[in-house]
Design a protein around this ligand. Sequence first.
Ligand code: A3P
Length: 297
Amino acid sequence: MSSPLEKQMQRIMEEAKNMTEKDKLYMYKGVLYPTIVCKPENFKAIENFEAREDDIMLAAYPKCGFNWMVGMIRKIADIPEKRPPIPPLLEFSNPEKYQFINEAPSPRLLGTHMHPDNIPASIAEKKTKILVVLRNPKDTVVSFFHFTNKNPVLPTAESWDKFFADFMSGEVPWGSYFDHALSWEKRIDNPNIMFVTYEDMKENLIEEIKQIANFFNFTLSEEQVNTIAQESTFTAMKESSKHTHGQMGNVFFRKGEVGDWKNHFSEDQSKEMDARFEKCLAGTKIGARLKYDIYCQ
Ligand code: A3P
């Protein structure tokens, strides 16, 4: 039996087969998006999205661990794997989905890869809590490179060097990593927004689960926390992704490590990223959260 996500992915893959590489991305309001899954109608529908105070909203730039967090939140908030919207990304799929979202029972698990400025205004108006997942830029671009090459919805990269250059100039789906990070910096002291990092989750998953549960006001016993942590390791999630993500499981759950960038970056690329970080994020609170000196040097 295919899961709802698997069925949807099969449909999307069929559509991707009939598309040229060039047509797989298009520009909407100055940002590139995957043509098949983020249609302009979706963005129009999102403009009328009505948030609820008890929605659980996840936000992450692509490849920062969004699916990891979705799996964990489903367990923390006891939201069944099969309860749509699947995937919870607001900008994905088709306009009919929004009718469904409007009628879905609370708490709704929703998410987005969009730039913070493009997140529907209703979320701030309702003071909906947002959990933001951050990841160091060097591992993010490596993960993105492999993803674009393995996901038929996205164009295959000409080369690592070309993809790296596109990432640095923000010419990748959902736009510039650095623009996203800087925009989150403006919201860093908002009490309705919590920031976690991929690297902290790798370091101490139990502690992160406790803090996330606390932020969303879910009470978990020590035993529940331990079970969620065990079920949320990379190995456990890669194994269960056969059921949750079907044939795309190995694509979404690739390597799951910190520091894979060292296997891809040239000396010059590393220096270029260091210089960009220094220019954009050094001295910011988001920059400090990323612990760049530890994970990117
Ligand atoms: P890698 O490509 O470096 O392996 P997203 O879900 O936002 O697309 O992010 C995907 C990245 O998160 C991939 O990184 C994936 O392997 C990693 N990931 C997913 N689940 C994970 C887990 N339980 N532990 C560690 N990394 C995980």
